[in-house]
Design a protein around this ligand. Structure first.
Ligand code: ZN
Length: 283
């Protein structure tokens, strides 16, 4: 009798968890397809942004200098609760590295404090976590005004998207593709620049597509190493993307600078620390 009751309880729990999982998946799918405040892209040239998630120490030590050697700056999405932590694949950069990235003209973005999926948090929990993320970044350098967000694990819900619409300027997903036409600033698409997930041929094709349609191509990167993690990018692959963009005359900008250009504010001066160090010539 007891065994039967335990079995029923276990099955009920399993069905409950499955229903919750399905509900989260459905909410994520809805959030992906329902833009809250779609923006018409008004940029007159193709744009490319290089973004880094979690920011492994190698992204700071190897990735950032490669960008800088090409006259470019990136957007580094920081989960402040992970600073200095060792994970399965990498050690996360620390506070002094984040401060240095900012001082060198890179954009610092929000990636939550505890790096939990936004789909698991209530509105209050999510707001408190994001506030802590922002405050910790300002403790690192009071000049950091982080206003663009990347979803931890790429997961969101319609409710969290609504919330982010009031809290940040944009929210980046890890849903592959390019941003063009009417696009959703709270579910911006990104291509993972990762040796195991993208071939050199597909990278060139994605750059061609971005150039042809004058859209905004966003790369998402984790570690940068000669022997990268399964999520990582080799220095050669990162250089190929940068050189491919330069060859096609595409402008490489931070996420915040791209949003200014997309809004048609290209003639407005950008904040000094967000101006690309070098403009690339067309051709
Ligand atoms: Zn992350």
């Amino acid at each position: 009798m007891l065994a039967k009751a335990t079995k029923i309880a276990s099955k009920t729990r399993y069905l409950g968890e499955s229903a919750l999982h399905l509900a989260r998946r459905a909410s994520h799918r809805l959030a992906r397809h329902v833009p809250l405040t779609p923006k018409r892209m008004r940029n007159c040239e193709p744009l490319v942004s290089f973004t880094f998630d979690d920011v492994p120490e190698s992204a700071y030590r190897i990735g950032a200098p490669i960008l800088e050697a090409h006259g470019a700056r990136g957007t580094f999405y920081i989960a402040t609760g992970l600073l200095g932590h060792r994970s399965d694949f990498w050690t996360v950069a620390g506070a002094s590295e984040v401060a240095d990235l900012y001082q060198r003209g890179h954009e610092i973005g929000l990636h939550s404090h505890l790096h939990r999926s936004s789909s698991l948090l209530t509105a209050d929990e999510f707001a408190a976590d994001l506030r802590r993320n922002r405050e910790t970044l300002q403790d690192i350098d009071p000049g950091i005004d982080a206003r663009n967000f990347a979803y931890p694990f790429g997961q969101c819900t319609l409710a969290r998207k609504h919330q982010l619409n009031r809290l940040v300027r944009s929210s980046r997903s890890i849903y592959a593709g390019v941003n063009r036409g009417l696009f959703d600033p709270h579910y911006t698409r990104a291509t993972e620049l990762c040796d195991t997930r993208l071939t050199p041929e597909r990278l060139e094709a994605r750059l061609d597509e971005a150039q042809r349609s004058r859209c905004w191509l966003v790369f998402c990167i984790h570690d940068v190493a000669d022997t990268p993690s399964p999520l990582g990018c080799s220095p050669g692959f990162l250089s190929q993307a940068l050189e491919g963009a330069r060859r096609r005359g595409m402008r490489i900008v931070t996420v915040d600078a791209a949003l200014d250009l997309i809004a048609g504010a290209a003639t407005m001066p950008l904040p000094e620390n967000l101006i690309p160090a070098q403009e690339f010539s067309r051709g």
